[in-house]
Write a protein that binds this ligand. Structure first.
Ligand SMILES: Nc1ncnc2c1ncn2[C@@H]1O[C@H](COP(=O)(O)OP(=O)(O)OP(=O)(O)O)[C@@H](O)[C@H]1O
Ligand SMILES: [Mg+2]
Length: 256
């Protein structure tokens, strides 16, 4: 598999505080990469940099060989194909699940085909396939506001799928989910593999074990360790750092 994303010496300084320091991070095409690490380690900051929300102080970001450093978020999502799911709700509350998916399609087509002319047969077919993948086929006519927290998260993942991003970024996709919903999310994400490149930031280690292949551990703005989940979990330094900083968080139980 070839490399799709690479950062070189990526650093960002917020008012004297270095949230990322000289980070060299790379992901191969078709890979599912999980990023873990204590609170404040810089995980979300890296996602903000990749998607153009934050500009780096130093270093560069390459996507499919293109230097995307400093590009704006719209360009990065629509031109380069990097899609991101945020933690907060991002749904059209009074639209149905199916309509939300249709509206998530790239803008040029959406406004005309979905709202004024009616969705094309092609779009409807794709939305139908996505509804099945996210387990909401039976609820396609429910309004977003009527769905459970977990179902809303899945709908957002579905909206990302509709955009067919080359790289999909999910920051804590299982936050607030029940154990059952978390497990189902893992199954859903595993189904995405085989073509789709995915980066997931996650704290729930049970979920990480369910889905992960390669894991990168962040700590204080740099990469502490990287490798297969079973090796990472037994890395003494990872255990020490995670246990130490996660005295009241999920990380502690994660390694117990
Ligand atoms: N826009 C900003 N301005 C100032 N400081 C920031 C900004 N964004 C992030 N930080 C700081 O950078 C550090 C890294 O934050 P980040 O959100 O990347 O951590 P994280 O690894 O995602 O943590 P968590 O697991 O809690 O989500 C934190 O100390 C945070 O307070
Ligand atoms: Mg974060």
């Amino acid at each position: 598999m070839d490399e799709i994303l690479r950062t070189e010496g990526l650093s960002v300084c917020f008012g004297g505080f270095w949230a990322l320091r000289g980070m060299d991070f790379s992901v191969r095409r078709g890979e599912l990469r999980v990023i873990i690490g204590p609170n404040g380690a810089g995980k979300t900051t890296l996602m903000d940099l990749i998607t153009g929300r934050t500009k780096p102080t130093e270093g560069r970001i390459f996507f499919e060989g293109h230097d995307i450093t400093g590009k704006n978020p719209h360009e990065i999502s629509s031109l380069y194909g990097i899609g991101r799911k945020f933690q907060g709700p991002n749904l059209f509350e009074n639209m149905t699940a199916a309509e939300n998916l249709l509206l998530a399609e790239p803008a040029e087509r959406t406004v005309f085909s979905s709202l004024f002319r009616g969705a094309s047969a092609d779009s409807l077919k794709r939305a139908g396939a996505v509804l099945q993948k996210i387990g909401l086929d039976g609820k396609k006519s429910r309004r977003a506001c009527e769905l459970s927290h977990g179902e809303r998260q899945w709908l957002e993942i579905g909206m990302l799928m509709m955009q067919k991003p080359k790289l999909m970024i999910l920051d804590e996709p299982t936050a607030g989910m029940t154990e059952d919903e978390t497990f189902r999310t893992g199954v859903m994400i595993r189904q995405l593999l085989g073509g789709q490149t995915v980066i997931i930031v996650e704290h729930d280690m049970k979920f990480v074990r369910q889905i992960a292949e390669k894991v990168t551990v962040f700590h204080m703005g740099h990469i502490l360790a990287e490798g297969p989940i079973n090796v990472i979990e037994n890395n003494p330094e990872v255990v020490r750092v995670y246990l130490k900083s996660g005295s009241e968080g999920e990380e502690k139980s994660a390694f117990s």
